[in-house]
Ligand binder design. Sequence first.
Ligand SMILES: [Zn+2]
Length: 451
Amino acid sequence: MRREAASSWTNNGHSVQIDLPPSMVISEGLPARYTAVQMHLHWGGWDLEASGAEHTIDGIRYMAELHVVHYNSDKYKSFAEARDKPDGLAVLAFFYEDGHFENSYYSDFISNLAKVKYAGQSTNISTINLRSMLPENLSQFFRYQGSLTTPPCYESIIWTVFDTPITLSHNQIRKLESTLMDHENKTLWNDYRIAQPLNDRVVESSFLPRLGKGTFCRQEEIESKLLKIEGLITNLGKHAHSGNGDEARPPKKGPQAISPLVLHFTERSKGSYVQVHQGHSMGLHSFTACMHIRTHPAAIQTVLSYSTASHDNELTITVGNEVGLWIGNEFVNFPHNFRSRDWGNYCLTWASHTGGAELWINGLVGEEQYLRSHYELQPGGTLVLGKDQDGFLGISDSDAFVGQMTDVNVWDYVLSSSEIRDQMSCRHNILRGNVLSWGGDTFQPLWRGAA
Ligand SMILES: [Zn+2]
């Protein structure tokens, strides 16, 4: 791939398309020579659907995606001739994630978008240095035979999807999402196609997939304290109604100590649960609920159960092969492919004005689902961790959580993507739930245990 390229930019009403010079060629690693034609981006941007990448990795969607389109120039004279042939096209795909720092290699690129603000507008921009706009590490990628992601969706593409994302600042992502207008002079948002069924396609990767993407730097610290904490949890009955969590809290190392309060739900203590005394009303119009959990991913297990006089499942969160969310006794599930038995960070967000709900696993978001729009969670109920609640039976043993749980935080608003990533990071203790914060300094849990 050559570094410099003169380019014509067009707003085609769906994206910005940048023509690439025929001097850009992929000469290795594919069954033929493929010559570059154009590149374009896909993004999100709508309020509750911030992420706009086309591919999902393990069901999770990045903020945006870059496609560099090539055609098989060994076999075909032009892109037009190649586009509907099974071996006609090769597309390189790159993900964008948002970070704290401006990516200076994108400064000109982002500001140039304003020159093609309106659909149909074209302009010439001298050069772009494409290589500098790509991730440094290009050795890890997925490859499969697939289709165009815009109509007519011909099955004519060898996709190469790079694992290492490109990082832009939050502002740069916002500008990317909000600069261009579509044919109706509306801001061009959500310019991606929903992921298609895999059918019989084989997705290859150039590397061994990382095991347990959610390997947290806190893990060792948590591990070292598990034995001690397990003993404390077994003896929970003694602390029942104490209203003072200090007894059950391992000693702190000092003001910088990381909260080590891990709940360990073992098979043998099936009857035990934790009832949480909320410091804040659960009458919510929207929320974000996040937690670190480590469990066997297959079985359905209740993480959080909030029950009122009228609804057993006023707010219930389950994990397993799918993550389940109940609001006001209505249910949606979120399929995902996180199959690790390692620690994972799960966040669910919901906003009443659309009913939109999203699942984040380890800082990456999946498809949005909808339930209970314009509903408001009812206050005055009972909040329990690790067990389901049943109106007649009280605490139920079915779908009990077995494993470890920590950092259970609930906010009364929808966190931004960068806040969601912050809460799972090692500096997470700066961001604690204002409705519920497990292990926070201002919140005292009310323990109740049955051995
Ligand atoms: Zn595309």
